[in-house]
Design a protein around this ligand. Sequence first.
Ligand code: CP
Ligand code: NVA
Length: 309
Amino acid sequence: MFNSLISINDLDTEGIKTLFRLADELKKKPQDFRNVLEGRIFGFIFEKPSTRTWVSFQAGIFSMGGGVIYLGPEDIKLGVREEVRDVARVLNRYLAGCVLRTFSHWTITEFRDYFEKPVINGLSDKEHPCQALADYMTLYEKIPAEKDPVLAFVGDGNNVLHSLLLVTAKLGAKIRYATPKKYQPSPKIVKAAKDIAKKTGAVIEGFFDPVEAVAGADAIYTDVWVSMGEEAIRKKKLKDFQGMQVNKELVAKAKKGAFIMHCLPARRGEEITDSVIESKNSIVFDEAENRIHIQKAILLHLLNEGAIR
Ligand code: CP
Ligand code: NVA
């Protein structure tokens, strides 16, 4: 099986640190990597909308001399017009790698099993690995890892939190998360993260009360309450997440000057207030920027091109 990034579990601690170092180099000296992907064409199979993931991957690949073919939901109708395994085997003959954004995580693993080049998860129902890596890259730019920043997550226990939990575990970092009772992260992922934490010294603590989660935190992170594909249960989710908003009262319980993080897109007035996301401690656009740097590093790492310059 080819080197792919479907889950944070596809990386070990050293791999994550290598990505951070390479992303930093790419950020500082993009011109040194101008031609490393020359002649390589990548496929983007997106079943859901995207701003950051699509544009940052595409701009990143163009900036390294490669090409991209975007395949939206109406184009190849993955799994509807044709079985995932057939599409994967056909595209394998044309492309150097694929980024997939799908409803079901299974679609990405099935695709990976039949595609003999790197496959990258650009978000599934289960994980959002590129996001969590960009988030930790950003957090460590603000507060170096040696200072052991405490990250608090307040929101839904799905894809973004899952990947954050696994990165936290692998890095031996600290996370305190709060979700409503009905929206806790997958017990399997929490267990996996806690098992890794026993070896790395990471601290992973779950709460239902956001005030407990943010107490003394260096950064507060949130994500939308209604994820893509959940529009039909929007009303119910808005009700179930009452009391979980990141507003100035909640921020006041964290460490003074705590950073505000969000994967974006944000719904101001729902999971976060306008004044908090616009506050001077908000680093949401730094996170968005770092998506391009970390994803360029991921591509080079998976293609074993990390050392080429
Ligand atoms: N954070 C993120 O993945 O953004 P997009 O949905 O716009 O890609
Ligand atoms: N949890 C959100 C993340 C968006 C980047 C979703 O799945 O829509």
